[in-house]
Design a protein around this ligand. Structure first.
Ligand code: ADP
Ligand code: MG
Length: 633
């Protein structure tokens, strides 16, 4: 037998442990759910592997999870006959190595979240929650494919160190033994454990058993009958039950098991499909994004695939498109073979049909949330909206459905956080307006204050203010909604009908204006495509306008920084000929004209949050003009 060795937890693990013990104390009973959940995952894995290799079960065909109490020694044991762990796996899973989320989680906590229990929930609580109620935890385990001599013994008091060693263990599976703290007597009580299992783990797909002494047949019988293991949960996979037999609490408890989330789900949809295809889907929408959601693009943990009630794999990628990666739940198919592989899933007509149905159901679920619970939907949107937007680009076939779920800030409704749908926009705009106007910019402030909006404001036309990074990319694929064109206010010609103010301009004024535009164009050379009199501006002196298919400047900058070379497209400079600055320009002498014309262009660049090609000469020009003005005064 190899020696037992002593190790320290990584600093991060220890920190998480301490935090958890303190901030989750008011929810301490969740440790049982977590340990049962791990045991159930271990049984799922073994059942799956045994499909190919029956010998792994070592003759023990009934997978189960046992809870045992030793009142005198204050021990609570959770034992499974699942897959078990090797020495290395123990080290990796519950030992020194901080799991990927740990560091980021701690950063979040340090950044001053008040509600740590919320954060911990998002992080997933897991095995370490045992230390909320235990002052000493021992794990005895052996992999189902390892010889008896390769059992592993792990133990720790949760304060910095753990020991690990080898152990002769005839039976595969894992046993987690908690030595309960002084004040945790309730977890030694039979009834209290039963009620917790009932509340949290009733629909785990394996029997959870406790010892029960059968009532003796004859009251005079001196011999007490030996206690027997009896299942204390339903042990039926929740999704297989008739919907009418499932309570909301059952759904919520099961969600916590499949999602590793600590909060209740926001909503869910349970569908049992029978006919040419037989499958069940139980889809959940989480209440909040896990704290590292945006980073884990490859996290496979979204949907679990079962075949005929047997867990096969975490298979989010095959069952859901990327833009729905926030969904959680279970798909159980009767039509796939039990030995289905990841490769096979990729190109399987049954999977394709399930995929399409799961997408439809997810979008329906969101649409229903939007119509039934506006606050809930806004909260969903704040967390997952940018992800859903990817669907406009990725999923042609469902574009209209997804578009109906989009929400935007708007010039009409810019109260903090208020967002509007395209349908709202159309309703307000009225039948006659055939265009949905929007602007994309780097930030909400840049969008809101863009000179391009001036004429729209004046005429009371609503404009959607898009300021997500993804928006400009998305709008490149999104040109029409319910028969209305979607157009950027910063691109192409804007013709909002004749303007009464301009109608009585005299011919001579027009001629002067045309001459001015020509002079500015000459001064600017090839910095701009053209110089035009603007229909857009009422207050600002100038703005830049792109042609219909050009990429917005903030997006262009981003792509260029990422190393992409883009076709060189030049904007048109639109000037407000009624603006005092332009009148001043018309009167300027040869020397000043050049400086002034360039400044007009440069302020248009700056006003939309752009960067100047040559900031130093801008400053020099500005100073020359300031000094010239003060000398003149
Ligand atoms: P999670 O369950 O979210 O992965 P946990 O902290 O609960 O996180 O568990 C960490 C890992 O330890 C699990 O992913 C699993 O690999 C391993 N593990 C925990 N409990 C068991 C068990 N009863 N049997 C086998 N492996 C286990
Ligand atoms: Mg777990």
């Amino acid at each position: 037998m190899t020696q037992t060795t002593q190790h320290s937890f990584q600093a991060e693990v220890q920190e998480v442990l301490n935090l958890m013990i303190h901030s989750l104390y008011s929810n301490k009973e969740i440790f049982l759910r977590e340990l049962i959940s791990n045991a159930s995952d271990a049984c799922d894995k073994l059942r799956f592997l045994s499909l190919k290799d029956d010998a792994l079960l070592e003759g023990d065909h009934e997978l189960h999870i046992d809870i045992e109490v030793d009142e005198e020694k204050r021990l609570l044991t959770i034992r499974d006959n699942g897959i078990g762990m090797s020495h290395d796996e123990v080290m990796e899973n519950i030992g020194t190595i901080a799991r990927s989320g740990t560091k980021r989680f701690l950063e979040q906590v340090r950044q001053g979240g008040d509600d740590n229990s919320q954060l911990i929930g998002q992080f997933g609580v897991g095995f370490y929650s045992a230390f909320i109620v235990a002052d000493h935890v021992t794990v005895l385990t052996r992999r189902a494919d390892a010889p008896a001599a390769e059992g592993v013994h792990w133990s720790s008091d949760g304060s910095g160190e753990y020991s690990i060693g080898a152990l002769e263990r005839p039976h595969h599976g894992t046993e987690v033994i908690l030595h309960l703290k002084e004040e945790e007597d309730e977890f030694l009580q039979d009834w209290s454990l039963r009620s917790l299992v009932n509340r949290y783990s009733d629909h785990i797909g394996f029997p959870i058993r406790m010892l029960e002494t059968p009532p003796s047949a004859d009251e005079d019988d001196a011999e007490t009958p030996a206690p027997e293991w009896k299942a204390i949960n339903q042990a039926s996979a929740l999704w297989t039950l008739p919907k009418s037999d499932i309570s909301d609490d059952d759904y919520k408890a099961f969600y916590k098991h499949v999602s590793h989330d600590f909060e209740d789900p926001r909503t869910w949809a349970h569908n049992q499909v029978e006919g040419s295809q037989n499958y069940t889907s139980l889809l959940y929408l989480p209440s909040h994004a896990p704290m590292d959601f945006m980073m884990q693009r490859d996290e496979p943990r979204g949907l679990k695939l079962y075949v005929k009630r047997v867990f096969i794999m975490d298979a989010a990628e095959q069952l859901l498109p990327h833009y729905l990666r926030f969904m959680r739940g279970v798909v159980d198919s009767d039509d796939l073979p039990l030995n289905v592989s990841r490769e096979l899933l990729q190109d399987n007509p049954t999977v394709r049909k399930i995929h399409a149905a799961v997408v439809r159901r997810s979008l329906d679920l969101l649409a229903k949330l939007a119509s039934d619970d506006n606050d809930g939907y806004q909260a969903f949107w704040a967390d997952f909206g940018t992800v859903l937007k990817e669907g406009i680009v990725e999923d042609n076939g469902n574009r209209e459905r997804i578009a109906a779920l989009l929400r935007f800030t708007s010039t009409h409704d810019t109260d903090a956080g208020d967002v509007v749908s395209l349908a709202d926009y159309i309703e307000r705009a009225g039948e006659d307006q055939d265009t949905i106007w929007y602007i994309t910019a780097e930030s909400l402030a840049a969008a809101k204050h863009s000179p391009h909006l001036e004429i729209f404001r004046k005429k009371g036309i609503e404009v959607l203010l898009m300021h997500d990074r993804i928006d400009e990319w998305m709008m490149g694929y999104f040109h029409e909604f319910e028969g209305k064109k979607l157009r950027s206010v910063a691109k192409g010609d804007v013709n909002l009908g004749a303007d009464a103010d301009k109608a009585d301009d005299s011919d001579s004024e027009n001629e002067a204006a045309t001459e001015l535009l020509g002079r500015i164009k000459t001064a600017l050379g090839d910095t701009v495509e053209d110089v035009r009199a603007s229909q857009r501006l009422t207050d600002s002196a100038a703005c830049l306008v792109l042609s219909e298919h050009d990429i917005a400047p903030h997006m262009k900058r981003m792509l260029e920084q990422a190393g992409q070379s883009l076709p060189d497209s030049k904007p048109v400079l639109e000037v407000n000929t009624g603006h005092p600055l332009l009148r001043r320009l018309a009167d300027a002498g040869e020397g000043d004209f050049d400086d002034l014309a360039r400044l007009v262009h440069e302020q248009a660049v700056l006003a939309e949050g752009g960067q100047l090609d040559d900031p130093a000469s801008f400053v020099a020009r500005l100073n020359r003009l300031i000094l010239a003005t003060s000398e003149a005064a």
